[in-house]
Design a protein around this ligand. Structure first.
Ligand SMILES: Cc1cc2nc3c(=O)[nH]c(=O)nc-3n(C[C@H](O)[C@H](O)[C@H](O)COP(=O)(O)O)c2cc1C
Length: 214
């Protein structure tokens, strides 16, 4: 769908998901991430960049597993994560929009939990490439987990935490030869509707990931 069509539909509150082609699975257990692979950190930093052209090729499950673990997985005993959060509130949920459904990443069990049995990739942003790239992530802050953070600071702290997760995705992508771009130009209420979010949950940013178009 073109950006102009999306803008028009968004303005009318009509930007909606597509039905899936296959059956959405209720949950997807991800394979264990490979925590020893990847290129040297300095090389990944040298390669990091935003890309906006994606092949339609799906991401294999082991790649999705590594990507989500790098993004915001549990990386130590006690439940610590790969990205920081103020007071360790761990308030960001990573939603995963795939062609077969939209899921929430459960870092504790390293699994995906179905939240919507529809293809809502095109709802995750106005730019046309988001429709057909194999994966759009959505970073959602759960304000209910930030009771210890002063109200006026919750959004900025959560945005900083989401930014750290996004950079993890950039670095993993650079290492794994994937293309990615973080996006703030999104219709937050269309996304919240499509994901069935409640009033404590705030859509912050989205990020597209896929193989680069050749
Ligand atoms: C908070 C934030 C929001 C952004 N929003 C968008 C967006 O909506 N669409 C987009 O194509 N790029 C977006 N970008 C990516 C920037 O355009 C990109 O990082 C910038 O042009 C620098 O390019 P580089 O990432 O390749 O270094 C965003 C970046 C940040 C940090």
């Amino acid at each position: 769908m073109s950006t102009l069509t999306k803008l028009a539909l968004g303005a009318m509150g009509q930007l909606r998901p597509r039905p899936t082609k296959g059956d959405a699975r209720k949950s997807i257990k991800l394979p264990a991430p490979d925590k020893t692979g990847g290129v040297p950190l300095m090389y990944a930093l040298a390669k990091r960049r935003s890309s906006r052209e994606f092949a339609r090729k799906p991401l294999p499950l082991p790649v999705l597993s590594n990507l989500l673990w790098a993004a915001f997985g549990v990386n130590r005993r006690g439940g610590g994560r790969t990205a920081p959060s103020a007071l360790d509130a761990q308030e960001i949920d990573v939603y995963v929009a795939l062609p077969d459904g939209a899921y929430c990443y459960d870092a504790k069990t390293h699994a995906l939990r179905l939240v919507a049995a529809s293809d809502l990739r095109r709802v995750t942003g106005y730019q046309d490439f988001v429709d057909d790239a194999p994966l759009d992530l959505v970073y959602v802050a759960d304000h209910a987990r930030m009771r210890m953070v002063p109200v006026g600071q919750r959004e900025s702290y959560a945005s900083a935490a989401a930014g750290a997760i996004a950079q993890n995705v950039y670095l993993y992508s650079a290492s794994a030869g994937l293309a990615t771009v973080i996006r703030a130009w999104i219709d937050r209420s269309a996304i919240a509707d499509a994901l069935g979010l409640d009033h404590d949950q705030q859509v912050l940013l989205s990020q597209t990931v896929g193989y680069p178009k050749t």
